[in-house]
Design a protein. Structure first.
Length: 178
């Protein structure tokens, strides 16, 4: 089922046409890049090095992408064809778990938008699309986010609530009404 094309009209930037498409197994390399971008870097700090993805506790968010329970969406600029951001879900059926793990039935979400495209509504469009898909399959979604990450406000706006705090991070959960 094709996902809709969305129009983002943020006051602080020019309008852009977004197409949201499903992430497939062939998109594993794109997700690796977005996983790197999803790691919060405070203003003024150096970007996250690519080698961090080789750490098992980080790489587990995208390794072997396409297994049971994996689901995701990619935002594409319809004018240029450039990918702008990605949001995805992963269930943890085995021993591996992510930082925002809640339980085996709750997928953990990850999201990233290219730095140059942040503040333009891309993250909101990605969350709209992914959470709509998730609400049809799951009772809840969880995530982990740094306490000082400005995205906390975005997650709260979508209804995520903090359920745990540890070492400067929040574990948040959104429970879907049924």
């Amino acid at each position: 089922m094709p996902l809709p094309m969305l129009r983002s009209n943020q006051a602080e930037s020019a309008a852009m046409d977004l197409r949201i498409r499903t992430v497939g197994a062939a998109d594993a390399q794109i997700l690796r890049e977005y996983l790197r971008l999803s790691i919060f870097v405070p203003s003024g700090d150096s970007p996250t090095p690519a080698e961090i993805l080789d750490r098992p506790e980080i790489g587990c968010y995208v390794n072997d992408w396409g297994r049971y329970g994996d689901d995701g969406v990619l935002a594409v600029d319809d004018r240029t064809g450039a990918d702008l951001g990605a949001a995805w879900l992963r269930l943890w059926p085995g021993l591996d778990t992510g930082y925002g793990f809640v339980d085996r039935a709750t997928p953990e979400m990850a999201i990233a938008v290219r730095p140059e495209d942040r503040g333009r509504g891309v993250g909101t469009c990605l969350l709209d699309a992914l959470l709509d898909r998730a609400s049809q399959r799951h009772r809840a979604v969880s995530l982990s986010v740094a306490l000082d990450n400005p995205s906390v406000a975005l997650y709260q706006r979508f209804g995520f609530r903090a359920i745990a705090t540890s070492a400067g991070t929040l574990t948040m959960r959104l429970t879907f009404d049924r």
